[in-house]
Design a protein around this ligand. Structure first.
Ligand code: SF4
Ligand code: SF4
Ligand code: FES
Length: 238
């Protein structure tokens, strides 16, 4: 193993030559925000959350797809980076339809976590309110494109871990969207093994398990009556 020496946030450290800046920083206990990165699958540098400053380069570089090099001097928390990250998150919120209050993953969402981390309390960009579809054709899962941030974690986990390659990205630029099969309803894609890996990989509420949405919650007041009766009749005392 060839070892490289570099400096991150004024901390001198060593890393193996095949590591990315993100991995080297993580090993040194330095936490860089990410969204499209997922441990165990390849990196694509899609979300630009992990940008860092490298001395000698005027361009910000994504830490998840930049290999370490001997003598690199890197900063991960400058004011410029914080401003840039906050802007990137604001754009994600403005480009989709994120109504957290009625979202399946409210309180357990990596997009929310990142928003809190970068200090985003509102978006300065006009909300676009795009018209997007919800696909409920799969018997167990649902796909709500309104909450998709195009991180492609579902695409990579399905292809690289499950080997099914159900998901892909269609179209280009701002028109891009995630497709199942050959742009078929998810339920019609025979390649899907229903393993649920994409559900676990999705950082937002875009892919979810049926039965977990707010509208599907079942309240059963009769259960309370049963418990009250059981308590009054001392059915639980020995
Ligand atoms: S995916 Fe996250 S950010 Fe988007 S609506 Fe749901 S909770 Fe909010
Ligand atoms: S569905 Fe989820 S995992 Fe897939 S690209 Fe959209 S946000 Fe990422
Ligand atoms: S985590 Fe590096 S670009 Fe998304």
């Amino acid at each position: 193993m060839v070892v490289k020496t570099l400096i991150i946030n004024n901390q001198l450290l060593t890393a193996s030559e095949d590591q990315t800046i993100l991995e080297a920083a993580k090993d040194a206990g330095i936490d860089i925000p990410t969204l499209c990165h997922l441990d165990g699958v390849s990196d694509v540098g899609a979300c630009r959350l992990c940008l860092v400053e490298i001395e000698g380069s005027s361009k910000l570089q994504p830490a998840c797809v930049t290999q370490v090099q001997e003598g690199m001097v890197i900063q991960t928390e400058t004011e410029k980076l914080q401003t840039y990250r906050r802007m990137a998150v604001e754009l994600l919120f403005a480009e989709g339809n994120h109504v957290c209050a009625v979202c399946v993953v409210n309180g357990n969402c990596q997009l929310q976590d990142v928003a809190v981390r970068v200090g985003m309390d509102h978006s300065r960009f006009p909300y676009q309110f795009p018209q997007r579809k919800v696909d409920l054709s799969h018997p167990q899962f649902g796909m709500d494109h309104n909450r998709c941030i195009l991180c492609t974690r579902c695409v990579r986990v399905c292809d690289e871990i499950e080997g099914a390659h159900v998901w892909d990205v269609a179209s280009r630029g701002g028109q891009s969207f995630i497709v199942s099969g050959i742009n078929q309803p998810w339920g019609d894609v025979n390649a899907c093994t229903s393993c649920g890996k994409c559900v676990d990989a999705c950082p937002t509420g875009a892919i979810f398990r049926k039965g977990s949405t707010v509208a599907e919650m079942n309240h059963d007041p009769e259960k309370i009556r049963f418990l009250v009766t059981a308590r009054e009749q001392k059915e639980w005392t020995r």
